[in-house]
Design a protein around this ligand. Structure first.
Ligand code: SF4
Ligand code: SF4
Ligand code: SF4
Ligand code: FES
Length: 655
């Protein structure tokens, strides 16, 4: 334990720990000092120089990198500090072209707040990045180099935390250029011939996974998800212009992912972890969608299938471990970097890709609508989902659906069936990040916390506690273990899983099947925010060795240890973002360990308070298995599973 020392900030005494910085102590005591490049997840770089303070005997120093000493006297608002801070912030604006009209950060922009607070002349220095390009990584991430203030947070998080190393820095005197690895010199006017990759790295070994961690660590919104909000806004505005009938006859559906209900409140000055499910449902209706559904229902479908697959894995002698695959950034990481592990990924679709196809078939039939007239908008914490939604394998073949699935109404509406074979409909049309959806609400002047909560729509709004915890690290695994424990008991007692395939519920026959109904709910050993967790868990009477990786750097460690034979696991969960989707690349900024912990605690709270805690008890899930799949394994395989394959570098383009 570090010794307490005394320091004075603005003549007032504060107690501090020896290894704290001035900024740590100030923030802890709610003394505001502007700071941009300092992020608690990352090493201190001292690049932006906005956190300048004056220390007696030392002069002006950066408070994020200066540790406190006994008796230190700090001034945060002296005339010298004010002058230097003003100039440093104005220089920041010279490196950052304001594009506030289209920027989803504009409602919550740190540098605009500083500009107002410190009375900056943001045009004092000439914009020096006027012609810098906007890079696009695959179809998911945009990096606007004309907004970059060169703090290097993105470079660090991508290289050291995610081990993807997709950015490089080219330094030219006082000018720095951050750019995707191996990219040419476009519009910068600088000679970049000595950039890192010109020095010999094989750029084909580096690619973006679309995890978005560079986004949530960028202090000025220079990186973002490829925007979908404008297209969605157009549909919504089209709808209201036509006096209430859906735009072009379309039915607009929004689905909320598990973790956004505990994070979006932050965009409206609510504390992290504030649960706003009912207000979210109300906001979806108020902004103009026809239906508000819950991806949690899709998460229960994922769990049901993944648990069935895990049981198969455990009882068939298949090579272990089985890896989760509901995080598309992790899947891309494996497909690109570790193709030898592709066969270890569960083929079960992610929650949005389970609920999407069900919406475009089952729900279309229920509504008596052509699936092409339903627009499915996901509100997700994730930028990689934008990529996942665009994958050809996640489109559904209309002709096949009508031929194979029990969709009498859709079949009746889509009369000319012969022409429908090969007509493919995306399961998910648009993905809005938490930030994008909040921006949409701000534009429509909808104040989320003030809305009267309403229920999500049925039938795709019913979910279990197992789905609620999907957003926290360990949650996907815990959900699957809850159902796997039950399925293994069914298997041991009845000798087969055929009844599970048909959506039978043994919980309703508690007396007769007492051994089955004693199945386990809580698996606390897989919870928590540590980078790598491993545990021995008892599931259906079997001992399993499991591991959970938080972030791609930790996933790489597990994969390398597996390759080297240093560890053995039966089941491994990987989520690309620290803390899981609660720390996703589409979440509100700032996101840090304290905020992630509050969001995760709220998800476990939702779980604890739900009457149904397991996917296999969700009546909507069981109904889909009973009425829709009729126990046909091949149908389930086609609708809820997909295949993975080796990926080449997708790289970047200039927008
Ligand atoms: S999205 Fe992830 S992988 Fe891609 S550049 Fe950013 S941090 Fe790196
Ligand atoms: S893009 Fe953002 S995080 Fe990266 S160097 Fe520029 S300002 Fe920093
Ligand atoms: S952890 Fe969640 S938010 Fe992050 S990339 Fe994976 S699915 Fe997306
Ligand atoms: S926050 Fe201290 S130098 Fe950037």
């Amino acid at each position: 334990m570090s010794k307490n020392i005394k320091i004075y900030i603005n003549n007032k005494l504060y107690l501090a720990q020896k290894d704290q910085t001035i900024l740590d102590v100030a923030l802890k005591n709610k003394i505001e000092i502007p700071h941009l490049c300092k992020h608690p997840d990352l090493d201190i770089k001292g690049n932006c120089r906005t956190c300048i303070v004056e220390v007696k005997g030392l002069g002006l120093v950066t408070s994020c990198s200066t540790e406190v000493t006994e008796g230190m006297q700090v001034k945060t608002e002296s005339p010298a500090v004010k002058r230097a801070r003003k100039m440093n912030l104005e220089l920041i604006f010279a490196a950052h072209i304001e594009k506030c009209e289209t920027c989803v950060y504009s409602d919550n922009c740190l540098i605009l707040k500083y500009a107002e607070k410190y009375d900056l002349n943001i045009s004092h220095f000439e914009d020096r990045k006027k012609n810098y390009p906007i890079w696009q990584f695959g179809d998911a991430i945009q990096f606007d180099a004309s907004k970059c203030i060169d703090c290097r947070n993105c470079v660090e998080v991508c290289k050291l935390r995610q081990t993807c190393d997709f950015y490089e820095i080219a330094d030219r005197n006082i000018e720095t250029v951050v750019k995707p690895k191996g990219s040419p010199n476009v519009g910068t006017g600088l000679d970049l011939s000595n950039s890192v990759d010109a020095l010999g790295n094989d750029i084909n070994k580096f690619d973006c996974t679309y995890c978005g961690q560079c986004i949530v660590h960028c202090p000025v919104g220079a990186i973002s998800g490829v925007p979908h909000w404008q297209q969605v806004n157009k549909l919504l505005e089209g709808k209201s212009a036509k006096g209430g009938s859906a735009s072009g006859g379309k039915v607009l559906v929004a689905q909320i992912a598990p973790s956004i209900r505990v994070s979006i409140g932050e965009e409206f000055n609510q504390p992290p972890g504030k649960i706003v499910t009912g207000q979210l449902a109300a906001s979806i209706k108020k902004v103009g969608f026809d239906y508000a559904f819950d991806v949690n229902m899709g998460a229960d479908l994922t769990t049901y299938e993944e648990a069935r697959e895990l049981v198969h894995w455990l009882t068939s002698g298949k090579k272990r471990p089985m890896f989760t695959s509901c995080c598309p950034a992790w899947v891309k990481f494996v497909e690109f970097n570790y193709p030898e592990f592709i066969s270890h990924l569960t083929s079960t679709n992610s929650p949005i890709m389970c609920s999407g196809p069900v919406l475009k078939t089952y729900f279309a039939d229920y509504l008596k609508k052509d699936p092409r007239d339903i627009v499915n908008v996901m509100i997700a914490p994730c930028t990689a989902k934008k990529h996942e939604a665009g994958l050809a394998k996640h489109t559904i073949d209309l002709g096949w659906c009508i031929e194979r699935l029990d969709l009498p109404n859709v079949a009746c509406i889509c009369k000319d069936r012969s022409k429908l074979k090969g007509v493919r409909v995306p399961a998910v049309d648009y993905v809005l990040t938490t930030r994008e959806y909040a921006h949409l609400l701000h534009r429509h002047k909808i104040d989320l916390p003030k809305l009267k909560p309403i229920e999500l729509d049925k039938p795709l709004g019913t979910y279990s506690g197992a789905a609620a915890i999907y957003g926290a690290s360990g949650g996907v695994m815990e959900s699957a273990l809850r159902s796997a424990d039950y399925f293994l008991r069914v298997l041991d007692e009845t000798g087969s899983l055929d009844s599970i395939l048909k959506g039978e519920n043994y919980q309703l026959k508690k007396k007769k099947y007492s051994n089955i109904s004693q199945s386990r709910i809580k698996f606390e050993e897989v919870r928590g925010q540590q980078g790598i967790k491993s545990a021995q868990v008892k599931v259906g009477g079997r001992q399993l060795k499991v591991a959970i990786a938080n972030g791609l750097g930790n996933a790489r460690k597990i994969l390398e240890d597996l390759k080297a034979g240093k560890v053995k696991y039966d089941y491994v969960e990987v989520m690309a973002c620290p803390g899981g989707c609660i720390g996703g690349g589409g979440q509100p900024v700032p996101t840090n360990a304290t905020i992630r912990a509050s969001r995760a605690a709220a998800l476990y709270n939702i779980d604890e308070n739900l009457p149904i805690r397991t996917a296999h008890e969700n009546p909507s899930v069981l109904e889909i298995y009973q009425k829709y799949f009729h126990g046909e394994e091949c149908l389930i395989e086609d609708v809820l599973h997909s295949k993975f394959k080796t990926q080449n570098r997708e790289g970047y383009t200039v927008v």
